[in-house]
Design a protein around this ligand. Structure first.
Ligand code: S3P
Length: 432
């Protein structure tokens, strides 16, 4: 895929797909509820389809009609052993959440993934599940995983790695475990699982104590069915926001976007850089906050963000780095350790590709420094993505300013945003 300079700005109302995190949960949680659930606006991307196919393979009846699903949940213990190994492609969320869910089931499961997923750390979820008595064998700490049937016991767990995937995997295991499991979080992670479990009638309670969040869940209570309208994805919107901000004569409106406060760091960070971003029609749906967002071309300045921002926007640093490259002063983003264990080592690829695009930058102790200048001398216009969708889309946006960039392995974009190229070009982008 080649991304080239645009001249007339980015203008219009892009169709942003359903939120990826909420889509995974909107398949898993209804599948173990007791009744029929209608899900609208599900994201039909490769990652989410892996979760969907996994649940179907475990005998859940799911009817699909476009972006609508009808899921016939039959209860916490209704899943059946899959006939084959469950393949999860590139999807870390499927892997961590399903490991938790399956560790409390009375059958054996084997989870596998593509090369990138098979190199990502799984002990962060299998170790705490092991404390609950789960019987899981990893392959050198990664996928393939074999999960054996076992009786789990509840635990008190301090979530030291700030990861919603770990927290959610543990909550799904605790849901089918007798007694009260307690998870203490000292850094914010996205709370879609808690919100959804609560709306399905789980015995779950959260409280704030001394800047920490404590989540208590009492297991073995059947979930009630519920319908879900999946809001549109803020992370996918961010590529359009930054395209509009850095290109003159741009104005876009993003509709029905999830603006969950545990995840909206990108809006706060861009506003700190002087971005003209207006939020309107704030409302609640299934207890998630949604809104419409207007973004117009802006003169950005650099900013310094502390590690607390990483908790609120870990997936958005690649696109934020592109925005910072066109600001009129340097930026410093601190505490990006977790970026190293995403779909790729994102910190490494941000640095490599920014430097190839002629942008001065460096990292020290997992902090990222970006020094923008007015002259961009492209050194190498091949963008290495290591099959990471967010790196690929971020450098498509970079191409709109500095000239033709060849984005390698760009088919990874299908993992989260299959219609990205079409939507981008409809609004004035130039990707071919
Ligand atoms: C996700 C949580 C985040 C995020 C990922 C989706 C989720 O990962 O990076 O894209 O849906 O729970 P971590 O929980 O590992 O930080």
């Amino acid at each position: 895929m080649i991304s080239d300079v645009i001249t007339k700005g980015i203008n219009g109302v892009p169709k942003i797909p359903g939120d990826k995190s909420i889509s995974h949960r909107s398949i898993i949680i209804p599948s173990i509820s007791k009744g029929i659930c209608e899900i609208n606006n599900i994201l039909k991307s490769e990652d989410v389809l892996h979760t969907l196919n996994a649940l179907k393979a475990m005998n859940v009846n799911i009817e699909e009609s476009g972006k609508k699903l009808i899921i016939q949940g039959k209860g916490l213990n209704s899943l059946k052993e899959a006939k084959k190994k469950i393949y999860l492609g590139n999807s870390g969320t499927s892997a961590r959440l399903l490991t938790g869910l399956l560790s409390s089931q009375k059958f054996k499961s084997v989870l596998t993934g593509d090369e990138s997923l098979s190199s990502r750390p799984m002990k962060r979820i299998t170790d705490p599940l092991g404390e609950m008595n789960a019987k899981i064998n990893t392959t050198d700490g990664s996928l393939p995983l074999t999960i054996e049937s076992s009786d789990l016991k509840p635990i008190n767990f301090d979530l030291k790695i700030p990861s919603a995937q770990i927290k959610s995997g543990l909550l799904l295991a605790a849901l089918n475990t007798k007694g009260e499991t307690k998870i203490t979080e000292s850094k914010i992670t996205r709370d879609h699982t808690e919100i959804m479990l609560d709306s399905f009638g789980a015995n779950i309670e959260t409280q704030k104590v001394d800047n920490k969040k404590i989540i208590k869940i009492v297991g073995q209570k059947e979930l009630l069915p519920n319908n879900i309208d999946v809001p549109n994805d803020l992370s996918s919107s961010a590529f359009f926001m930054v395209s509009a901000l850095i290109n003159k004569n741009s104005k876009i409106i993003l509709k029905n976007i999830n603006n969950n406060p545990t995840r909206n760091g990108i809006i706060l960070a861009l506003q700190k850089m002087g971005a003209k971003i207006k939020l309107a029609n704030q409302r609640k749906n299934n207890n998630e906050i949604i809104c419409d967002i207007e973004v117009v071309s802006s003169d950005l300045h650099g900013c310094e963000l502390g590690p607390e921002f990483a908790d609120l926007m870990i997936d958005e640093y690649p696109i934020l780095a592109v925005a910072a490259s066109f600001a009129n002063s340097p930026s410093l983003f601190r505490g990006l350790k977790e970026l190293r264990v995403k779909e790729s080592d994102r910190l490494k690829l941000i640095l490599l590709n920014l430097k190839n695009c002629g942008i001065d930058c460096k990292s020290e102790n997992d902090d990222l420094f970006i020094y923008p200048s007015k002259n961009y001398e492209i050194k190498n216009n091949y963008i290495q993505t290591d099959f990471d969708h967010r790196i690929a889309m971020s450098f498509c946006v970079m191409g709109t300013k500095i000239g033709p960039l060849n984005i390698e392995d760009s088919e990874s974009i299908n993992t989260s945003f299959p219609t990205f190229k079409n939507e981008f070009n409809k609004l004035g982008g130039s990707i071919f």
